[in-house]
Design a protein around this ligand. Structure first.
Ligand SMILES: [Fe+2]
Length: 236
């Protein structure tokens, strides 16, 4: 039978353990926060370098969350989705400036260099345990629903849902922003282009959610160009 003394000892040990546990938790959380702000600085530094991509991270976050809210509002509470939307292109930090800012179409060799960015982004985030799922989504954000994307040629639901969301948000922002080699498309044309690529480049369910979000006024483009010139979807 447990004596009062025993009970008190167990209680004290439990409290001690709980304290230690919460200290470890706090420390781990501090480390996570430090790592996240480091990545954020890295991403911001990259964005400053890529002059045609200013504000891309935040806009992709905004469009992606608008899509997610139509798919399932619970997704809005998941940091993995938010971090993947924000940091999807962080691997582009490894792409030389002359390629990022080239005022003409890329050569096949330059395009191959650009195509390394999803795997490069994965490498940046993967060493941290709590960012591993974000890293996986980032690796997959240039995959296509029909299997013709890169780097792994995954198709359909083999691709993480969040990567399928990033893909639509990313392409929409790329089309509605000026790039070094072309002007922005107008919003209505960009929406039509997303719809046209449903079931080939993009997951039809994600496109449907995107279109609903657009119709509900959740997707707005600031300073959009009125240029109606027809464009193809982005290289990402
Ligand atoms: Fe990308």
């Amino acid at each position: 039978m447990l004596t009062l003394y025993n009970l008190a000892t167990i209680a004290a040990a439990t409290i001690e353990k709980a304290k230690l546990y919460s200290e470890v938790q706090n420390y781990a959380q501090q480390l996570e926060e430090t790592y996240l702000s480091t990545i954020e600085s890295l991403a911001k530094a990259f964005e400053a370098k890529d002059r045609y991509n200013k504000g891309h991270m935040e806009r992709v976050l905004e469009y992606g969350l608008a899509i997610a809210s139509e798919l399932d509002p619970n997704l809005l509470n998941d940091d993995v989705l938010k971090l993947a939307l924000l940091f999807h292109d962080i691997g582009k930090i490894e792409v030389p400036d002359y390629i990022l800012n080239k005022p003409a179409k890329l050569t096949p060799e330059e395009y191959e260099i650009i195509k390394r960015h999803p795997a490069a982004g994965e490498e940046i985030l993967k060493p941290v345990k709590f960012l591993q799922e974000v890293a996986k989504v980032i690796r997959q954000h240039q995959e296509r629903w029909d299997g013709k994307g890169y780097p792994d040629g995954l198709k359909g639901e083999e691709i993480h849902l969040y990567a399928r969301i990033v893909s639509v948000a990313d392409a929409f922002d790329a089309m509605t922003s000026d790039r070094s080699y072309r002007k922005a498309m107008n919003v209505e044309d960009a929406v039509q282009e997303i719809l046209r690529n449903s079931g080939t480049q993009f997951d039809p369910k994600v496109v449907e959610a995107f279109y609903k979000a657009y119709q509900n006024g959740l997707i707005k483009v600031e300073n959009s160009s009125n240029d109606t010139e027809n464009q193809t979807t982005s290289l990402g």
